[in-house]
Design a protein around this ligand. Structure first.
Ligand code: KG4
Ligand code: ZN
Length: 359
């Protein structure tokens, strides 16, 4: 039992500028006091994807106001805070610098401890904030930049079981949306039109399905969708919906297959069932994927935990919470801590082999 903590969290690693105040009770229970997000979608839409330089400038413009609002919404003053947590990577380096430097400035000016948070640890620990999940658990982390299966043994203790050998699943959703003219960001748009589509109309490849291990590959699926769309074009509404549904079903099959393999691997490595499957990251907000993964979890007797959609996509509360978990263990950082474009959760994991490998 530690003393209750009130932490400001800052997130600027991609295209959401976010600040939040989270409280962690002495028993380790989390409570979100405020959670403010400025989505930069409008800034990036004309370019069909996130432009790093525009993102960094937008963070500079909006971050101060968001922090003030997060304090206001939480009815907190600076003196109520115990520490400042900020994403220090991985991500678009310009944005990470804006958030981390802002946090350093506040820490210095207010004499508060600084916690440099790994963005992926923010996603990984969110289920403990929302659902009080105990360690250990198996984590499927699926976002725009990452597709990984990890054993989460504790704060800062991650064993990577599998990762993508090419594209991340969120990236595949974004590219499929773009090639069908559905706009940006792609995931929610694909999910929306897939609801009215026939998932059985177009048989699409399921890369690595049925193969040993739990690495992922999504680039072949994305290419198959592009070739299909070109062959079917110009696309009417029904065909677009059927392509979206067929793609989403293929992605769901692959995620479920790889996750079941990861369960076997985790049980082998650790000698006992982790018993809990947590899904996190922006793609975890997809309801069709959740359903498929929930079936996979229950088929093997695992509890299934997914945070609410707005805590799956990037937000400040997850950074504040990861900061609170670290701070409670006495983990703080010096003011000379560096922002990092790449920062794997499991630094001991061997690099994945494949074209365009992501860490
Ligand atoms: O975690 P996140 O907000 O940012 C990163 O850390 O990457 O994830 C963003 C990704 C994007 O690729 C977005 O298209 C995807 O999550 N995403 C979805 C859905 N909502 C967001 N993918 C599929 N279905 C969704 N409903
Ligand atoms: Zn993220």
């Amino acid at each position: 039992m530690t003393k209750p903590l009130t932490i400001l969290g800052i997130e600027t690693s991609c295209d959401e500028t976010a600040a939040a105040i989270v409280r962690r009770s002495g028993e380790g229970k989390g409570e979100i006091l405020s959670n403010t997000v400025f989505s930069q979608i409008a800034e990036h839409t004309p370019y069909g994807g996130v432009v790093p330089e525009i993102a960094a400038r937008a963070h500079v413009e909006h971050l101060d106001g968001l922090i003030a609002r997060a304090l206001d919404d939480a009815h907190c003053g600076w003196d109520d805070l115990d520490a400042i947590a900020a994403t220090a990577g991985p991500g678009l380096i310009g944005g990470v610098i804006v958030g981390l430097m802002t946090a350093k400035g506040i820490a210095l000016a207010r004499g508060l401890p600084l916690i440099a948070v790994n963005h992926l640890e923010g996603h990984a620990l969110t289920a403990r904030l929302t659902d009080g999940v105990d360690f250990p658990y198996l984590l499927l982390l699926v976002s725009g930049g990452h597709s990984q299966l990890l054993m989460v043994e504790g704060v800062g203790r991650y064993a990577r079981l599998g990762t993508t050998i090419d594209d991340a699943v969120g990236e595949a959703f974004d590219k499929v949306a773009k090639l069908m003219g559905l706009g940006f960001p792609g995931g929610p748009a694909v999910e929306k039109i897939a609801r009215g589509g026939d998932a059985a109309r177009f048989p699409l490849p399921r890369p690595l399905f049925g193969k040993p291990g739990c690495d992922f590959s999504f680039s072949g699926l994305k290419t198959a969708v592009r070739q299909l769309a070109e062959a079917q074009g110009p696309l009417d509404e029904k065909t677009r919906a059927d392509i979206a549904a067929s793609f989403q079903a293929a992605a769901a099959d692959v995620l479920a297959d790889r996750t079941i393999n990861a369960m076997h691997m985790a049980e082998g490595f650790f000698g006992a069932k982790p018993k809990r499957l947590v899904v996190a990251g922006g793609v975890a907000s997809n309801l069709a994927l959740r359903k498929r993964l929930e079936e996979a979890a229950s088929s093997r007797g695992y509890a299934f935990i997914v945070p609410p959609a707005k805590l799956c996509t990037d937000n400040g509360a997850m950074i504040a919470w990861a900061g609170a978990e670290r701070f409670a263990l006495g983990l703080v950082d010096n003011l000379d801590v560096s922002p990092l474009a790449r920062w794997p959760l499991d630094p001991t994991a061997s690099p994945a082999r494949g074209a365009g490998v992501k860490a």
